[in-house]
Design a protein around this ligand. Structure first.
Ligand SMILES: *Cc1c(COP(=O)(O)O)cnc(C)c1O
Length: 224
């Protein structure tokens, strides 16, 4: 099936019509991205700084680029001029660096805080205490060129739907609970970035506001 057909099937399957589709184009060539763009997609996700910085100038200006991978502090500068949303922020040090680069570019950069919700040890993300420390601590209000828009999480890689569902539900509950706290002005927890090709329907049922979908649009990847 073509990219256009995949997108059309995907959109029809969505149970939440307001959920944003971020097309994950990592490892895919610019002509594949252009094809999805021509089918109406404007939000694209990449997980490598170099790849995003290489692709962006070759594609239309109105694309919103989402950094969905783990971001190293020394690489923030390469995407700071144009990145739309950074999904995987998991430390105050990284937030501070993003703020600094945002300031240099005279803009505010939107971020999501990544929460560790999966059973696997290897995935990145904050635990509940670290998350609270950042959101309610003294430093975040000073980062005036940062806007926290919500939380991001990746479920355990498993066929067990109940495990996936409970992890997504847990992230939503965490978001709802934290929203009741008195949060700094540069924090809104409106967005929940959860769901990929294999689990986006469960994620939408549990309140996802943006899904990050790659292989169901572009086909299987051969590497990373
Ligand atoms: C690759 C990736 C995705 C998309 O995965 P698919 O299974 O191809 O949909 C989503 N989120 C993150 C963080 C990724 O690295």
């Amino acid at each position: 099936m073509s990219i256009r057909e995949n997108l059309s099937h995907l959109k029809q399957s969505f149970v939440s019509k307001h959920c944003l589709l971020v097309a994950v184009s990592k490892t895919k060539p610019v002509n594949a991205i252009q094809e999805a763009y021509d089918a109406g997609i404007r939000d694209f996700g990449e997980n490598k700084v170099q790849e995003m910085a290489d692709k962006a100038p070759q594609l239309p200006d109105d694309i919103r680029w989402h950094m969905i991978g783990h971001l190293q502090r020394n690489k923030v500068k390469y995407i700071a001029p144009f990145v739309h949303l950074i999904h995987g922020v998991d430390s105050l040090k990284l937030l501070t660096q993003i703020n600094k680069e945002a300031q240099k570019n005279q803009r505010v950069i939107s971020c999501l805080l990544q929460v560790h919700i999966a059973r696997e040890e290897t995935k990145f993300g904050l635990d509940m205490n670290e998350l609270k420390e950042i959101l309610l601590g003294p430093d975040l209000p000073k980062l005036e060129n940062i806007k926290i828009e919500g939380l991001m999480g990746m479920a355990t890689l498993t066929d067990n739907e109940e495990i996936i569902r409970s992890e997504f539900a847990g992230l939503r509950t965490l978001r709802d609970d934290l929203s009741k706290e008195s949060l700094p002005e540069n924090v809104s927890l409106k967005e929940l970035s959860m769901g990929m090709s294999g689990d986006y329907l469960i994620a939408q049922q549990e309140g996802s506001t943006m899904v990050r979908i790659g292989s169901a649009i572009f086909g299987e990847r051969n590497y990373h």
